[in-house]
Write a protein that binds this ligand. Structure first.
Ligand SMILES: NC(=O)c1ccc[n+]([C@@H]2O[C@H](COP(=O)([O-])OP(=O)(O)OC[C@H]3O[C@@H](n4cnc5c(N)ncnc54)[C@H](OP(=O)(O)O)[C@@H]3O)[C@@H](O)[C@H]2O)c1
Length: 211
């Protein structure tokens, strides 16, 4: 989990470790990340490493850094990704200028398409974990009760990403199709932030009925 010492990545790392997956947190400062892991008192072990070492060690890489940092992280990791690795893009191109949340325009259409264009030809990309709130993920003993959208560059990428989501207790994966659907998902993250602010909550989330 690149950026797994942070809010969203930390919640994902802890939930996946609890689901029995081997988790490595990629960090600019692995020693500091090790201290963060220690503070979690996680029931399952989680390792830390530099970004490139973490990328090289994983078949599934979660990109959970601020969107503004994604280009630098991808440039550094590109030569180190395993051939055929699945990159799960969690980034949302948010800005909070003058206290208002908004999406930064992205030339490719979405953060995930931007990431796909920079991940390297041998890396598959799916977008997910973009709408489940960090607050809820990190309340580690609280059961999850929502859906998480998955889109990706192939049916195989989506199936693999959905299996990982399904491994997290209480989270249901909803396959929404090709990677371009990340444009809609990223707008839903913005919508959730707006709902949180308006209704003074921290964990607005989505569940699709009728499936
Ligand atoms: N928070 C949410 O509820 C939420 C929900 C959905 C999606 N997301 C998306 O998930 C991604 C991570 O969000 P977050 O809230 O977890 O962010 P965050 O806590 O601010 O940052 C996550 C990690 O990114 C790493 N990082 C790399 N370059 C950085 C830089 N230049 N400045 C700061 N941190 C840097 C840091 O890890 P090291 O210092 O260990 O390298 C940091 O702990 C974002 O793209 C966000 O849009 C967040």
């Amino acid at each position: 989990v690149l950026g797994g010492s942070g809010q969203q990545g930390g919640g994902i790392a802890r939930r996946l470790a609890r689901a029995g997956r081997r988790v490595i947190i990629g960090s600019r400062d692995p020693a500091r990340a090790a201290q963060t892991i220690e503070s979690w008192r996680a029931s399952a072990p989680i390792e830390s490493a530099g970004y490139t070492d973490a990328a090289a060690a994983a078949d599934v890489v979660v990109l959970a850094v601020p969107f503004s940092s994604a280009d630098g992280v991808l440039e550094a990791c590109r030569p180190h990704f395993r051939r055929g690795a699945l990159l799960l893009d969690v980034t949302v191109p948010l800005t909070f200028e003058s206290g208002t949340a908004a999406l930064v325009p992205v030339a490719e259409g979405s953060a995930s398409e931007h990431v796909k264009a920079r991940a390297g030809a041998d890396v598959r990309v799916a977008a997910t974990f973009k709408t489940v709130p960090a607050q809820l993920l990190n309340d580690i003993d609280r059961p999850l009760d929502c859906d998480e959208f998955v889109c990706g560059d192939s049916a195989e990428s989506r199936t693999e990403a959905a299996a990982l989501i399904a491994a997290v207790a209480g989270l249901r994966a909803v396959d929404v199709g090709p990677l371009q659907r990340a444009r809609s998902i990223e707008h839903l993250t913005l919508l959730a932030i707006g709902i949180n602010r308006r209704h003074k909550v921290h964990d607005a989330r989505f569940r699709i009925v009728g499936l």
